[in-house]
Design a protein around this ligand. Structure first.
Ligand SMILES: *[C@@H]1O[C@H](CO)[C@@H](O)[C@H](O)[C@H]1NC(C)=O
Ligand SMILES: *[C@@H]1O[C@H](CO)[C@@H](O)[C@H](O)[C@H]1NC(C)=O
Ligand SMILES: *[C@@H]1O[C@H](CO)[C@@H](O)[C@H](O)[C@H]1NC(C)=O
Ligand SMILES: *[C@@H]1O[C@H](CO)[C@@H](O)[C@H](O)[C@H]1NC(C)=O
Ligand SMILES: *[C@@H]1O[C@H](CO)[C@@H](O)[C@H](O)[C@H]1NC(C)=O
Length: 784
């Protein structure tokens, strides 16, 4: 169990020598029920039903094995009596919770095994103090949530293993602080959503295992952040298609995409993976494949277990492999005379299509039967029990799909252990009660684009395991209270792109107490008119209401929303920040209001959520003025402020927002005169890149606030703190009247100050704001 890959510890030699002389005192402290190995400084208390860490363990111990106990909770400072530990094994000890600071004091620990416990949340400071830890194993627990910051103090960690847990989502910066991580194992979870910055800051990671999850799309943006990754395991995710430029990973050499449901892989999918040498596409549904563009040194392409059809359409791939010396693995699935031939053994000249339109007779018949073109899904597997007509089932993967097969009724007769049921792009119109009888194991149900305008009460009854329900892009105009009754675990509900005119009533939501995400984007909801509209779904974390026609939000609309983390209201018709609705959403971190006609933000607009808010988006709202107290209450917790594409000439002071990582002020007509000196100084003071351009005066139009030198000539005295730092009107007019010569403003040697038209000596260096290096945050450019 103990790994011995770590360097020998000189300290241990010293201790060992010491012990040779004082050994009696050590063995004397080896109290029951534990057993001790004096030479190895090891203590083992395995399977002793211990309910807490024994306080009597000798201080000098370096390896402690507490497997198979009953510890339940690890309180703060659980190991403070054994500061020299390097290895700690806590497997199968029935641990439910690891409190903040549980391992504090274990600064020498290199190996920590917490596998096979019942841990469900990794708190922000659960692993505090483990400064030397190299391997952390948390496999086979129930982790559903990684709080951002959970790993911030683990700069030595090489391996983090979180396989066989219950992760469905990874938030931004989930792994921040892992400065030396090499391998991150997230296999065997239920991940279906990775925030774009989930892997940001993992600059040393070379291997990432994401196999056996529920990813339906390759998370292109998220992966692009992984600049050093060479090995990526994505096997066993339900992906169907990979389009152009899907993978953009400069150092990737090994990519495992086997055992997915790929029906098509665009020839340019890997165009930004230039170093790829091994590509595993085995056990997918690929009937043909074009030469793969991009990788220059591809040496293995594995197509084993695909229904590869060896006709003229495969010839380009075969020839390309021959020329490029790509080892092509796999067998022909047809036509009959080539069936079971290794792809490599087939002479390209034999890859032919006969008859008109390049189809053989068999192919024609087959294509007609499938009602599709040549690259249509593979020939129907022979009819099997447990797979309805005109559907395809993979019993082993527990997947069934009847996508786009013209079904007008929900097909019946799927295997009871089906876990993914894909019925998208059919024509159901109406979904009757009990349509999915007996499918208690389905986790993910796709009913997108099925022209559904009515769902009867209890349609999903019996779907006890349903977590993901996709109903987007149908024709629903309303939903009855019992629509979702009988599927109590629904966690992610997608209703975007329907025609709903009202928000779901509390009664409609009530049967889904586990709901975490509700997507209602692109509907026709015009008002949020009931107070407490989320009161029956208290777990809800993300509410998507973008692109509706919402023009008003009643006070206390979100009272309460105890777990709401993200609220998307962009693209609506709001004319003000709905401050009064936000009073009881204590964890709201992200608020999206872009694209609403909000021209003015008044005082204290964000006060109700000031304690929690981290990201605020107000782009393209036509915003012309912000009260100087509009950001009152917001402080160091704010990470992102986006005000792009507005009409702002000035801004309230941002100096209290000391934690900002991203600021976007682009495309605002900022008035560049001495009144925004403080903004300019603030920009130089923080080490992030702020994109801001001048709109006025005309001479400076379009120039970056950072580049103009007008500020060199401003009086050195800063405006008194009581004055609003950036003022709009009155003072704003002065420079327009003065009209300094452009040559004075563009670098050069300004001799006149606009605000203070006295001759000034050449600017003293001290008058120039100097970038301070205090802020450690990474730079971030937001413009574009
Ligand atoms: C641990 O507790 C269980 C149940 O309480 C008991 O059956 C078992 O014998 C105990 N084992 C030891 C080593 O005490
Ligand atoms: C190709 O895929 C098959 C099936 O997944 C696997 O058994 C085999 O090892 C792979 N071959 C190579 C060279 O990767
Ligand atoms: C699902 O059930 C079918 C039929 O009972 C069986 O053949 C298949 O192996 C099962 N799949 C799994 C993963 O257990
Ligand atoms: C809202 O609609 C606009 C315009 O159609 C589109 O560009 C944008 O992506 C939509 N936003 C969301 C979140 O769906
Ligand atoms: C610059 O940073 C220092 C220290 O963080 C702070 O005291 C000062 O107010 C800042 N100046 C501006 C103009 O934001």
């Amino acid at each position: 169990m103990w790994s011995s890959i770590f360097g020998f510890n000189q300290w241990r030699v010293a201790v060992l020598l010491l012990l040779m002389t004082v050994s009696p005192s050590f063995s004397g402290k080896c109290l029951r029920p534990c057993s001790c190995d004096l030479k190895k400084l090891t203590v083992a208390c395995i399977g002793k039903n211990l309910t807490k860490v024994p306080p009597t363990i000798d201080e000098i111990t370096v390896k402690l094995d507490l497997r198979k106990n009953d510890l339940q909770e690890l309180p703060r400072g659980s190991f403070q009596h054994t500061p020299y530990l390097t290895h700690l094994n806590l497997q199968s000890s029935n641990i439910r919770s690891v409190r903040e600071g549980a391992f504090r004091g274990l600064g020498r620990l290199v190996y920590l095994n917490l596998a096979h416990n019942n841990i469900d949340v990794l708190y922000q400071e659960s692993f505090d103090g483990l400064l030397s830890l190299k391997q952390l194993l948390i496999d086979h627990n129930r982790v559903e949530e990684v709080q951002p910051g959970a790993f911030t103090q683990m700069g030595s960690l090489n391996l983090l293993s979180l396989t066989h847990n219950r992760l469905v989502y990874l938030p931004n910066m989930a792994f921040q602080g892992l400065l030396n991580i090499q391998w991150l194992k997230l296999s065997h979870n239920s991940l279906n959503n990775l925030a774009t910055e989930a892997f940001a800051s993992l600059f040393t990671l070379t291997r990432l295992s994401l196999d056996h999850n529920e990813l339906q799309f390759f998370p292109t943006q998220t992966m692009t952040r992984l600049v050093e990754v060479t090995h990526l395991e994505m096997s066993y995710n339900p992906m169907i298609y990979m389009g152009e430029e899907t993978v953009s990973m400069a150092k990737l050499t090994h990519l495992y995409l086997d055992h997915m449901s790929l029906q098509d892989l665009s020839d340019g999918a890997l165009i930004h993976a230039p170093l790829l040498s091994h590509l595993d596409l085995s056990h997918n549904q690929l009937r043909s494949l074009e030469p793969i563009l991009g990788p220059r040194e591809l040496s293995f392409l594995n197509l084993t277990g695909n229904p590869t059809y060896c006709n003229c359409h495969l010839r380009p791939l075969r020839e390309w492999a021959q020329v490029g010396q790509v080892k092509l693995l796999g067998l022909c699935a047809g036509p009959p005379h080539l069936s079971e031939e290794p792809l490599e053994a087939v002479d390209p000249a034999d890859l032919r299509c006969r008859g008109r339109e390049g189809l053989t007779k068999e192919e024609l018949e087959e294509a007609e039967e499938a009602g599709a073109q040549l690259l249509a899904p593979p020939p129907k597997p022979q009819k099997k029990v447990g797979c309805p007509d005109n559907c395809e089932c993979e019993p082993e993967a527990q997947h069934a799909t009847c996508e786009d097969r013209g079904h007008t009724k929900v097909p019946q007769g799927f295997l009871k252990n089906t876990s993914l049921l894909d019925l998208r792009d059919n024509h159901f119109h109406n979904v009757p009660s009990n349509s999915f009888r007996g499918l208690a194991k389905v986790v993910s149900l796709h009913l997108d684009r099925c022209k559904i305008h009515e769902i009867e009460a209890g349609a999903f009854r019996g779907m006890k395991g349903l977590l993901y329900l996709y109903l987007m892009e149908n024709d629903l105009t309303s939903l009855e209270p019992d629509t979702f009754t009988g599927a109590p675990q629904i966690t992610y509900l997608h209703l975007d792109g329907n025609r709903l005119t009202q928000f779901l009533s509390a009664a409609t939501l009530a049967p889904m107490p586990s709901l975490l995400e509700l997507n209602l984007e692109g509907n026709a909801i015009s008002k949020l008119e009931s107070a407490g509209m989320l009161s029956s779904v208290k777990m809800l974390r993300a509410l998507y209401l973008a692109n509706n026609t919402i023009d008003s939000v009643v006070a206390k609309a979100l009272d309460p929303a105890p777990h709401l983390d993200k609220l998307h209201l962009e693209g609506n018709k709001l004319t003000e920040v709905p401050s009064k609705a936000l009073g009881n959403a204590p964890l709201l971190r992200e608020l999206h209001l872009s694209g609403n006609p909000i021209r003015w933000v008044g005082p204290k607009a964000f006060m109700p959520i000031a304690q929690s808010l981290q990201r605020l988006y107000l782009d393209g709202t036509g915003l012309a003025k912000m009260s100087k107290d509009s950001l009152a209450g917001l402080g160091s917790g704010m990470l992102t402020l986006s005000l792009k594409g507005n009409q702002l000439e000035s801004l309230p002071s941002l100096s209290s927002l000391t934690g900002l990582q991203e600021v976007n002020l682009a495309d605002n007509p900022l008035l560049c005169d001495c009144n925004i000196l403080l903004l300019r100084k603030w920009m130089d003071n923080v080490s992030l890149t702020v994109s801001a351009t001048c709109g006025h005066p005309a001479e400076l139009h379009g120039q970056s606030v950072k580049d103009v030198s007008v500020f060199q000539t401003c009086p050195e005295d800063e405006p008194s703190p009581s004055k609003p730092p950036l003022k709009a009107k009155g003072a704003a007019k002065a420079p327009k009247k003065v009209k300094p010569k452009p040559s004075l403003l563009k670098g050069g040697k300004p001799k006149m100050s606009k605000a203070n038209p006295k001759p000034v000596e050449s600017p003293k260096p001290s008058a120039l704001p100097k970038p301070a290096k205090k802020n450690k945050k990474s730079k971030k450019i937001m413009q574009r």
